[in-house]
Design a protein around this ligand. Structure first.
Ligand code: NAP
Length: 482
């Protein structure tokens, strides 16, 4: 049977010719979801040119009318809901319930920003002068390059596309090569909803080759990137040379602090959820559990027992809780960290190996892994691993837990498990991270609030909620004598 070919989308047309790359199912590498056309620097140039040509008309369209196109796309996505979720599991590996949650989130994001079309408030302030009226209106920035990772292959493109479009920008989207289909479906929905040609462009292909072309394309005025620190830092240098507006959301080394007074059972569940769900491949995943001395041994024992019971497998199967790693490079990188962890902290208390035998041999499955007695200078306490690996660390008391939680270069998300309200407020004040949870897992954020980190995790304005409008629009200030 011939495989479907998914073309690039440039100036309102699907370009389905040229060399391709495969989109494989990480739970079963014999299963290929489709072939994607490998874009080139010339495609990027054409897409940026089309976006520039489409800009004046799109920017001049009333924002509620732009919103109406997003509403139409929502209807299309709703009608395909189950297919989109199944495809996401097939290309990325997350479990079907996780994929359903992500498709729902993308739809909700589109709805939230579609409604912004009727708001997009500017500013009004009284002038110091008589008979002078002053106000500021929002204007688009221009052509925006969107570069997205594979771990939320629909939600991240959605939370960049929707605010960019509602503000009147035109875009070139480059999705991750490991999972390009979910973003392709969003673009397909926008196409079917009647978005004018050139407003949205989609180019799949290797980031190394396309990234430079995107940041260097003369019509591009802004770049929104989510991915690794290494790539983000490189993009930042290139974008700075052209004085482009840039937003970077990158890695994390997120801590969950467990205090002695926590609700014990829910603390265990929250750490397991934060560390292992989505196979630990969330930027907001818990990668360190920092546990107060008095509850450390009991907590570690319960955590290990719960981790042993996690069901790892093909995410399309009912009852599976943890899917595979996304590809061979990712599982190898995580296995390398596990070896480092063995040398630093000794044998993991659970996991620490690739699962094999039967259906496991077809995919990239790892046993969820817990290292105990990890100390702050160890590599596994400092570097992002981005897989189902948790470092458990002992804290003398609350102050020591806060010190340990902040002793990394990252500052994306954090969590605390406690029933002490004073500790909660101290943690909110002192924790160096952009996303804080209390008595919840460190992951699991919502679209209507600002999203992003501090320190090495992020750069530039926050994403999502009203905050996204600050990145995707500019103010034009008017002084008017009447
Ligand atoms: P990545 O390797 O940095 O890739 C991200 C995107 O950048 C992909 O589209 C990739 O294309 C592209 N890219 C690669 N090299 C490039 C270059 N030289 N110039 C321009 N673009 C380039 O990251 P990933 O492995 O996909 O995602 C995992 C990372 O993302 C983790 O560090 C995670 O913490 C982070 N993340 C952060 C957030 C957040 O909001 N803070 C959310 C999710 C993920 P290819 O796929 O073709 O290589």
């Amino acid at each position: 049977m011939s495989l479907p070919v998914f073309g690039n989308y440039i100036d309102g047309a699907w370009i389905a010719s040229g060399p391709t790359f495969e989109n494989r199912n990480p739970a079963n590498v014999d299963d290929i979801a489709g072939l994607f056309v490998r874009g080139s620097a010339a495609d990027v140039e054409a897409a940026a040119g089309a976006a520039a040509a489409a800009l004046p008309t799109w920017a001049a369209m009333p924002a509620p009318a732009r919103g109406n196109i997003l509403y139409k796309a929502i209807d299309i996505l709703e009608n395909r809901f189950e297919t989109l979720a199944a495809e996401m599991t097939r290309e990325e590996g997350k479990t079907l319930p996780e994929s359903r949650g992500e498709v729902r989130r993308s739809i909700n994001i589109f709805r939230y920003y579609a409604a912004e079309g009727a708001r997009l408030a500017g500013m009004l302030a009284p002038s110091e002068r008589e008979r002078v009226h002053t106000f500021a209106v929002r204007k688009p920035i221009g052509v925006v390059a969107l570069i997205t990772p594979w771990n939320f292959p629909s939600a991240i493109p959605a939370w960049k596309l929707a605010p960019a479009l509602i503000c009147g920008n035109t875009v070139v989207l480059k999705p991750a090569s490991a999972a390009p289909l979910s973003a392709w479906r969003l673009v397909e929905a926008l196409h079917e909803a009647g978005i004018p040609k050139g407003v949205v462009n989609y180019i799949a292909g290797p980031g190394g080759a396309l990234g430079g072309a995107l940041v260097g394309a003369s019509p591009v005025r802004a770049v929104s990137f989510t991915g690794s620190c290494e790539v983000g830092n490189r993009l930042h240098e290139e974008a700075s040379r052209r004085r482009l507006r840039i937003q970077l959301e990158m890695g994390g080394k997120n801590a969950t602090i467990v205090l002695e007074d926590a609700d014990f059972k829910s603390a265990v569940e929250n750490v397991v959820n934060g560390a292992f769900f989505s196979t630990g491949q969330k930027c907001t995943a818990t990668s360190r559990a920092i546990v107060e001395d008095g509850v450390y041994d009991r907590f570690l024992e319960a955590l290990v027992e719960r981790t042993k019971r996690l069901r790892v497998g093909d995410g399309s199967q009912a009852g599976v809780e943890i899917g595979p790693c996304v590809d061979d490079a990712r599982i190898q990188a995580v296995l390398d960290y596990i070896e480092i962890g063995r040398k630093e902290a000794g044998e993991p208390r659970v996991g620490g190996f690739r699962l094999s035998g039967g259906a496991y041999d077809k995919g990239y499955f790892l046993a969820p892994t817990v290292f105990a007695d990890v100390t702050e200078s160890m590599t596994i306490a400092q570097e992002e691993i981005f897989g189902p690996v948790l470092a458990v660390m002992r804290a003398r008391d609350f102050d020591d837990a806060m010190r340990l939680a902040n002793c990394v270069p990252f500052g994306l998300s954090a969590s605390i498990q406690t029933t002490n309200v004073s500790r909660v407020f101290e943690y909110i004040n002192r924790m160096e991270a952009g996303l804080l949870t209390v008595n919840l897992p460190s992951a699991g954020v919502e679209y209507q609030l600002p999203f992003g980190g501090t320190k090495d995790s992020s750069f530039g304005p926050k994403e999502q909620g009203q905050a996204a409008l600050e990145f995707y629009s500019d103010f034009k200030t008017v002084y008017l004598r009447y």
